[in-house]
Structures are given as C-alpha cells and as structure tokens.
Design a protein around this ligand. Sequence first.
Ligand code: AQP
Length: 343
Amino acid sequence: RQVIFSGIQPTGIPHLGNYLGALKQWVDLQDSVPSETKLIYSVVDLHAITVPQDPQRLRQYKREVLATLLAIGIRPERSILFYQSSVQAHAELMWILSCTASAGYLSRMTQWKSKLSLSEDANAMDTGSKAKLKLGLFSYPVLQAADILVHRATHVPVGEDQSQHLEFARECATNFNHTYQPHLIAPQTILSPAKRVMSLQEPHLKMSKSHANPLSRILVTDSPQEIKKKVMAARTDSINSVSFDPVERPGVSNLLHLLSILDKQSRSPEELGTLHAGLNLKNFKTLVAETVAESLDGIGARYNEVMSRDDGKYLDHVEKKGAEKARESAEETMALVREAIGF
Ligand code: AQP
C-alpha cells in the first residue's frame, strides 16, 4: 500500500515557493492517486523550534498554516492533517534512529554546512557563535526521517531543497533495518516541476517564510492588489525590456521562471522571454502579477472563512481528528520497532 507523507513548518503563512514547490502537489495527489493510498500531511511544529519561537506566535502560526492547507484544497476527509507535536511517536522514533544514524553523514548536510559557514571559510565562526548553534539544528534531519519512517511512507513530495534530507532518511531506514529487523521503508522523493521559486528581492536566494523583508515573498493568501505591489517592486535591472539571461539578468529571469511554472502551455522561460521581448518591464511585471493572482484566486477568501468557522473551533476539530488518525498510523510502526529493539 502506498503512503504519502509530507510536512510544512509553522513559521508563517506559506508563500508561492511553498505552494508551487510542494503544497500544490499535496492537493493534486488527493485526486491523482488511488483512493486506498494514504495521504498524511503534517504541520511540523517540532521542527520550527530549531530556531527561537515566541510561544503565542508559534500557536498562531500553527493555526494559520493549518487554515492555509484547508484553503488551498486539502480535504480532511481524504488527507490526514495534524500537528507533529500531537503525535509523540515522531520524537520517540527520532531518538531510536539517532542511535543508528551516522553523525558524519549529518555533518555533511548542505544546510548544516551553510549554517556553520563552512562552505566559505572553515574558521569563519568564532567559538562564541559556534556555541550558539543548537544541537536540534544539527540533528533535525533525523526528526525529518522519523516523520517519514514512522508512517512507513513510500513517497514524499517536497521542494528541491529537501532532496538531500530525503536521501538521509533512506539511509536511516537502512541503518535501522540492518541493526534490528527490516520494518522501515526507504521512501522515494517526488519532486515538483517547480523545484525552486526565488526571492523577489534577492534573486539568488530562495523565497522563504522567515526572510526579514515581506516584499521578498508572495503569500498564498495575498490579494491581487498585494501581489501586484510585490511584483512591481521586484528587483530587476535598468534594461527596460524582457530577455531570459539568468547570469546577467537574474531578477527578470526569475520572473520568467515563475511565468513558465504557471504557464498553461508549459512554455520554457527562454520561450516566454522571446515571446515577451517587446514588453517594457512595467507591462511585463503587470502580466506576471495577473498570472500569479489568477493562480492563487480564492485562497485568501477561503482562508478567512476557515479561520473563523465555528468561532475558530473548526480548525481545532480538524486537527484533533487528524491527530487521532496519525497516532494510529504511527503506532502500527512503533509496535514493530519497539518489539525489534527489545523494549
Ligand atoms: N522557495 C521555494 N521553492 C520551492 N519549494 C520551496 N519550499 C520551501 N521554499 C521553497 C518547499 O516547501 C515545503 C515546506 O517548507 P518548510 O516550511 O518545511 O521549510 P523551508 O523549506 O525552510 O521553507 P521556508 O519557506 O524557507 O521556511 P523557513 O523560512 O521557515 O525556513 C518543503 O517541501 C520545501 O521544499
């Protein structure tokens, strides 16, 4: 039986990168896979605390992300939706996997290396800054592996930035299976064609929820006016025409990429660059803003409706039901795991 698992951190309202890179696939899978395929989607709050979080704000973000998932079209009667911290087996399996996982492999993870600034200069950080790095930031790929393996997921739809962590999750399954019994399943990655949506303000960075500048990202709940404001303010260059040239014109090229991802005729950024060569940047940005707004049409209104339904209790109800089902799913695996270890 196929099981699909994926997660999103409650670190703010999801943006166009989250949506096109991962969440839209979550929605589409509901109708494209057979009805017996189990779909499990989690708001991964345990991951969010790898960096400091204000408790009130974290609680709010969890609700906002859950409401967004419902607003984009995740149906709780088809997909299991829950907060990661509601299912304690995730943390339990993380510890168990930690005892067979390779610390060397973890230290080679690109995200960790970039946190350590090792890619630029091995000595760039003084000991004071190193001491501020927390263990959870180093070991969270083990938690991510546990999230997936505890539900014995066969497939995991994620953005490209997560591919390396998925490889590590497969390694965790193999390590456990060799040490104990072959109870865990090595999952396959499903990559979205959108792969990586870039920041509107710094075209070399990926669009991110936690970036300080709100103009760098389009939220899936943004109104057409907000989308227009952000796209018009997107960093481009002083050449007032359109061409696809990622090296010399990263800003314009990113907008062409975005247009290509959303293009109903699946034309490449190069093709669209040629097609729109005659437009000035203002008209080109207007076209991009309208295309993005169309792709997110109705999400903001549904979000507001879901947030306020039953005085906000609807969200609690969805989560409670989802957590019950997720606990059941995780317990099936944990019974086998505990038995194999000797607990
Ligand atoms: N820019 C992106 N382009 C394509 N896919 C993306 N994803 C994230 N950013 C992009 C995919 O979205 C899913 C959920 O991501 P996450 O919330 O678990 O964490 P993240 O990857 O760290 O995303 P953010 O937005 O950058 O959050 P913060 O700011 O909290 O770190 C994942 O499948 C991811 O691949």
